[in-house]
Design a protein around this ligand. Structure first.
Ligand code: UT7
Length: 324
């Protein structure tokens, strides 16, 4: 049976760092409030003129190098993003051209907000296991700072920019949980809650980009419930117990969400990889950024069983069980 195996990871963070103290000079907030309510200490912010495709290309190059692959080897590039360079063409086609991928290879963007990377894994897995692509480059990349209202303390302290990427390749497996690759994924969405985390504008409504608005308390409540459910679902369906998980690599939205989710699952926090202090919430980029850091620090090694999960605007949410 064909499996979708992660053969390389990469990431890129913009140089500029914005600390909580910097933010306290811009809006009515404090380092203490941001740290204790969210776990965030600093975040990276793209330079003027630096775009999502710039970040994506850098993360992709580092993932390709780690996988020992050339851009020309890749059959499909998928960019999960909420902050594309343009409404169209897709950021993925810009990345395809800039990386020097084969003309005619598949390229498209995927919009599932903070769940974009997990949705992307499921999409890449479907293409690979149906034989439509042998090697896929999946990138989560965001310049979410351009979507923020920098006078709104409810949102501007939470987010950061960055990009992470993985190279995914078809490999034969035995159909067992000991196989390397994506073992099981579950995706969900519920549009009834779309107004709880949304933009104030869009190309076909206001003709503007708009700004992020969020009912933080409600999003928090749903996140804890939805994530616990989908994690339980994905583990049960795969026949895996929480104790077998080597490392959870979650979307990094709030340290208190990570702690509550781990507690519900009975997973100790030393099995949860946390990057939120330095990255903030980088939306679709947060899982691949954390994954690359975990791999490079030796916290995640080949053969390890990883649990990835995310929840975001839509609402969308999902989880994926992957053996590295
Ligand atoms: O990535 C996908 C989805 N996003 C999330 O998962 C985010 C989910 N939500 C959260 O992480 C949290 O709800 C927040 C961090 C956004 C807010 O934390 P909270 O503990 O839920 O605070 P709250 O919204 O209940 O607000 C508590 C107080 C309010 O003041 P009052 O009304 O009690 O007087 C806010 O106005 O904190 C105030 N507040 C702030 N104070 C200082 C809100 N933002 C700030 C701030 N600095 N930046």
């Amino acid at each position: 049976m064909l499996r979708t195996v992660i053969t390389g990871t990469g990431s890129y963070l913009p140089e500029k760092v914005l600390t909580n103290d910097d933010l306290a000079r811009m809006v009515d907030t404090s380092d203490e409030w941001i740290r204790t309510r969210t776990g965030i200490r600093r975040r990276h912010i793209a330079a003027d003129g630096e775009t999502t495709s710039d970040l994506a290309v850098r993360a992709a190059r580092s993932a390709l190098e780690a996988a020992g692959r050339a851009a020309a080897d890749i059959d499909m590039v998928l960019v999960a993003t909420t902050s594309p360079d343009y409404s169209f063409p897709a950021t993925a086609v810009i990345v395809q051209e800039r990386l020097g991928m084969r003309p005619g290879s598949v390229a498209f963007d995927l919009q599932a907000v903070c769940s974009g990377f997990v949705y992307g894994l499921a999409t890449a897995d479907a293409f690979i296991r149906s034989g439509q692509a042998g090697k896929v480059l999946l990138i989560g990349a965001e310049v979410i700072s351009r979507l923020l209202d920098w006078t709104d303390r409810n949102t501007c302290v939470l987010f950061g920019d960055g990009a992470g990427a993985v190279v995914l390749e078809a490999q034969e497996g035995r159909g067992a949980n000991a196989d390397r690759g994506i073992l099981h994924t579950r995706l969900h969405a519920d549009g009834r809650y779309r107004d709880l985390l949304t933009m104030t504008g869009g190309p076909a409504t206001t003709g503007t980009i708009g700004k992020v608005v969020m009912n933080g308390r409600e999003v928090f409540r749903h996140a804890v419930i939805d994530l616990a459910e989908v994690l339980e679902e994905v583990l049960r369906e795969a026949g895996v117990s929480p104790e077998e998980v080597d490392l959870m690599v979650p979307h990094q939205a709030n340290i208190r969400i990570l702690e509550a989710t781990a507690k519900k699952l009975g997973l100790p926090m030393d099995k949860v990889f946390v990057t939120i202090a330095d990255h903030g919430n980088t939306s679709a980029a947060s899982i691949p950024l954390a994954l690359d850091q975990a791999v490079r620090e030796g916290r995640a090694a080949p053969g390890d069983l990883l649990l990835l999960e995310a929840m975001g605007g839509g609402f969308t949410w999902g989880a994926s069980l992957v053996r590295l």
